[in-house]
Design a protein around this ligand. Structure first.
Ligand SMILES: [Zn+2]
Length: 281
């Protein structure tokens, strides 16, 4: 069934588990994620991000994901991740997405608040939930290039408190040392900042850049207050590897599809078990 973040993250926050967001760009990835959720009886968040639209347009992907979410036996949030432009965010909700993220994290604190507050009103009119980001979760490549330390990119707890009070967003992505993409070196997670933010706000907190973290990292983050974890790179790489390993001379696309679905499903199920969301569907 199609639901919003509010129907899945409140319970996750209360009972200290996390729900995974798995971004997808085609039918095989989507089928793998939904199959993983149904087999483990897990709530799940599925979607795409604005930077992924060159791989699958919003209309085309929505025409696959909306019916899949509605038909699923578990709660499925259809989420537009890292929306960058109001046009695309609104379009996603018109097409049936039940949740959006408005990423204004590169702007100033006041700009971020102003824009997210406005978008919250629009999302509410669609009955959709909204996630914002405070403190910037950069790319792994860019972070590795930084000379020293991550101090500048950690979310400030006082700002987080003020931000959620003023915007009333339904979920907040925070920067505690993770990055997007493939890590060059082991990320240093700041759990103290996470605990402080969790104690000061009642809004469910989101960890971006989850691909490549250790099981222990995930457990520590979830125990310290993370209720949603974003995964893309891990299932993206698993799908590509399955396609390459399944290919034989003379075989066709249809010979590869089953193994791609299975590979995505396997990785998604592993994550759901680590996140503790199995049998919460
Ligand atoms: Zn992200």
């Amino acid at each position: 069934m199609l639901v919003t973040l509010n129907e899945v993250l409140k319970d996750a926050q209360k009972n200290k588990y996390a729900v995974g967001l798995f971004n997808t760009v085609n039918l095989e990835m989507a089928r793998g994620v939904i199959a993983a959720a149904e087999e483990t009886n897990s709530p799940v968040i599925i979607g795409t991000a604005e930077v992924l639209l060159p791989y699958a347009g919003l209309e085309e992907l929505a025409s696959l994901l909306v019916p899949m979410a509605k038909k699923a036996s578990v709660p499925v949030v259809l989420h537009f991740d890292h929306g960058l432009t109001p046009e695309m965010i609104i379009k996603s909700m018109v097409l049936g997405f039940s949740s959006v993220m408005y990423d204004c994290s590169t702007g100033s604190f006041e700009e971020n608040i102003e824009k997210c507050r406005e978008m919250k009103t629009i999302a509410k009119s669609f009955g959709a939930s909204i996630e914002a980001e405070l403190g910037h979760v950069g790319s792994a490549a860019a972070n590795a290039a930084e000379a020293d330390g991550h101090d500048g990119i950690y979310t400030d707890p006082d700002e987080a408190k003020e931000f959620v009070e003023r915007t009333q967003v339904d979920a907040l992505a925070i920067a505690i040392g993770t990055a997007h993409g493939v890590y060059k070196s082991k990320p240093v997670l700041n759990l103290e900042i996470l605990k402080e933010i969790a104690a000061m706000t009642s809004t469910p907190l989101v960890l971006h850049g989850g691909s490549g973290l250790s099981d222990e990292d995930f457990r520590n983050c979830i125990q310290s207050g993370i209720s949603k974890v974003n995964i893309f790179t891990d299932i993206n790489c698993a799908a590509a590897k399955a396609a390459a390993e399944s290919y034989r001379d003379g075989c066709g696309m249809t010979d590869l599809m089953g193994n791609i679905v299975q590979a995505v499903k396997t990785v998604a199920m592993e994550k759901m078990k680590i996140f503790g969301c199995t049998n919460k569907g």
